[in-house]
Design a protein around this ligand. Structure first.
Ligand SMILES: [Fe+2]
Length: 129
Protein backbone atom coordinates (compact mmCIF):
# COMPACT_ATOMS: atom_id res chain seq x y z
CA UNK A 1 0.00 0.00 0.00
CA UNK A 2 2.10 2.83 -1.27
CA UNK A 3 1.09 6.42 -0.64
CA UNK A 4 0.07 8.31 -3.74
CA UNK A 5 -0.27 12.06 -4.17
CA UNK A 6 -3.89 11.62 -5.32
CA UNK A 7 -4.70 10.61 -1.70
CA UNK A 8 -3.91 14.13 -0.49
CA UNK A 9 -6.89 16.12 0.69
CA UNK A 10 -4.96 19.37 1.10
CA UNK A 11 -5.00 19.58 4.88
CA UNK A 12 -1.42 19.02 5.98
CA UNK A 13 -2.08 17.50 9.40
CA UNK A 14 -4.72 15.09 8.06
CA UNK A 15 -2.54 14.09 5.10
CA UNK A 16 0.33 13.34 7.50
CA UNK A 17 -1.92 11.11 9.60
CA UNK A 18 -3.13 9.31 6.49
CA UNK A 19 0.46 8.66 5.45
CA UNK A 20 1.21 7.23 8.86
CA UNK A 21 -1.76 4.86 8.52
CA UNK A 22 -0.55 3.67 5.12
CA UNK A 23 2.89 3.03 6.59
CA UNK A 24 1.33 0.87 9.28
CA UNK A 25 -0.53 -1.18 6.66
CA UNK A 26 2.87 -1.68 5.02
CA UNK A 27 4.22 -2.86 8.38
CA UNK A 28 1.47 -5.48 8.57
CA UNK A 29 2.36 -6.72 5.10
CA UNK A 30 6.00 -6.80 6.13
CA UNK A 31 5.16 -8.82 9.26
CA UNK A 32 3.45 -11.39 7.01
CA UNK A 33 6.41 -11.52 4.63
CA UNK A 34 8.96 -11.84 7.40
CA UNK A 35 6.81 -14.16 9.52
CA UNK A 36 7.29 -11.79 12.45
CA UNK A 37 4.85 -11.54 15.34
CA UNK A 38 4.64 -7.74 15.31
CA UNK A 39 1.15 -7.64 13.75
CA UNK A 40 -0.66 -7.60 17.12
CA UNK A 41 1.21 -4.46 18.07
CA UNK A 42 0.33 -2.84 14.76
CA UNK A 43 -3.37 -3.63 15.16
CA UNK A 44 -3.26 -2.10 18.63
CA UNK A 45 -1.50 0.99 17.28
CA UNK A 46 -4.00 1.30 14.42
CA UNK A 47 -6.94 1.14 16.81
CA UNK A 48 -5.56 3.94 18.97
CA UNK A 49 -4.22 6.02 16.12
CA UNK A 50 -7.42 5.88 14.05
CA UNK A 51 -9.43 6.90 17.14
CA UNK A 52 -7.26 10.02 17.45
CA UNK A 53 -7.24 10.62 13.71
CA UNK A 54 -11.03 10.31 13.37
CA UNK A 55 -11.48 12.75 16.26
CA UNK A 56 -9.18 15.25 14.54
CA UNK A 57 -11.01 14.91 11.23
CA UNK A 58 -14.41 15.22 12.88
CA UNK A 59 -13.42 18.33 14.81
CA UNK A 60 -12.10 19.90 11.59
CA UNK A 61 -15.49 19.10 10.01
CA UNK A 62 -17.37 20.57 12.94
CA UNK A 63 -15.41 23.81 12.86
CA UNK A 64 -15.98 24.09 9.10
CA UNK A 65 -19.72 23.33 9.53
CA UNK A 66 -19.33 20.58 6.94
CA UNK A 67 -22.80 19.36 5.93
CA UNK A 68 -21.67 15.72 5.52
CA UNK A 69 -20.02 15.63 8.95
CA UNK A 70 -22.56 13.34 10.54
CA UNK A 71 -22.57 10.69 7.80
CA UNK A 72 -18.80 10.85 7.71
CA UNK A 73 -18.54 10.30 11.47
CA UNK A 74 -20.88 7.30 11.17
CA UNK A 75 -18.53 5.76 8.63
CA UNK A 76 -15.64 6.32 11.02
CA UNK A 77 -17.58 4.70 13.88
CA UNK A 78 -18.41 1.61 11.88
CA UNK A 79 -14.82 1.23 10.75
CA UNK A 80 -13.61 1.63 14.35
CA UNK A 81 -15.86 -1.32 15.24
CA UNK A 82 -14.52 -3.36 12.34
CA UNK A 83 -10.97 -2.59 13.42
CA UNK A 84 -11.75 -3.88 16.89
CA UNK A 85 -13.16 -7.07 15.40
CA UNK A 86 -10.07 -7.40 13.21
CA UNK A 87 -7.83 -7.18 16.23
CA UNK A 88 -9.84 -9.91 17.94
CA UNK A 89 -9.75 -12.10 14.82
CA UNK A 90 -6.02 -11.70 14.67
CA UNK A 91 -5.68 -12.48 18.40
CA UNK A 92 -7.55 -15.76 17.87
CA UNK A 93 -5.26 -16.84 15.01
CA UNK A 94 -2.08 -14.83 15.50
CA UNK A 95 0.15 -17.08 13.46
CA UNK A 96 -2.00 -17.34 10.36
CA UNK A 97 -0.22 -15.37 7.63
CA UNK A 98 -3.28 -15.82 5.43
CA UNK A 99 -5.57 -14.12 7.96
CA UNK A 100 -3.12 -11.31 8.70
CA UNK A 101 -2.65 -10.69 5.01
CA UNK A 102 -6.40 -10.57 4.42
CA UNK A 103 -6.93 -8.17 7.31
CA UNK A 104 -4.09 -5.94 6.10
CA UNK A 105 -5.55 -5.82 2.59
CA UNK A 106 -9.03 -5.05 3.93
CA UNK A 107 -7.61 -2.27 6.09
CA UNK A 108 -5.64 -0.79 3.23
CA UNK A 109 -8.60 -0.89 0.87
CA UNK A 110 -10.92 0.72 3.37
CA UNK A 111 -8.43 3.51 4.01
CA UNK A 112 -7.82 4.09 0.31
CA UNK A 113 -11.51 4.10 -0.62
CA UNK A 114 -12.53 6.24 2.34
CA UNK A 115 -9.79 8.79 1.68
CA UNK A 116 -10.39 8.96 -2.06
CA UNK A 117 -14.13 9.38 -1.76
CA UNK A 118 -15.06 10.81 1.63
CA UNK A 119 -11.98 12.61 2.89
CA UNK A 120 -11.24 14.19 -0.46
CA UNK A 121 -14.83 15.43 -0.64
CA UNK A 122 -14.17 17.23 2.64
CA UNK A 123 -10.93 18.63 1.23
CA UNK A 124 -12.81 19.97 -1.80
CA UNK A 125 -15.45 21.48 0.43
CA UNK A 126 -12.75 23.34 2.38
CA UNK A 127 -11.18 24.64 -0.80
CA UNK A 128 -14.51 25.77 -2.25
CA UNK A 129 -15.30 28.06 0.69
FE1 LIG B 1 -12.44 10.28 7.25
Amino acid sequence: MKWRSEYEIGVESIDAQHKELFERVELLLKAVREKSDSAAETFDFMKKYTAMHFRDEESAMASAAYPEARAHAEEHASFAKRLQAMEAEHARLPSSPWLTLNLAVELGHWLRDHILEKDRAFGKFLQSR
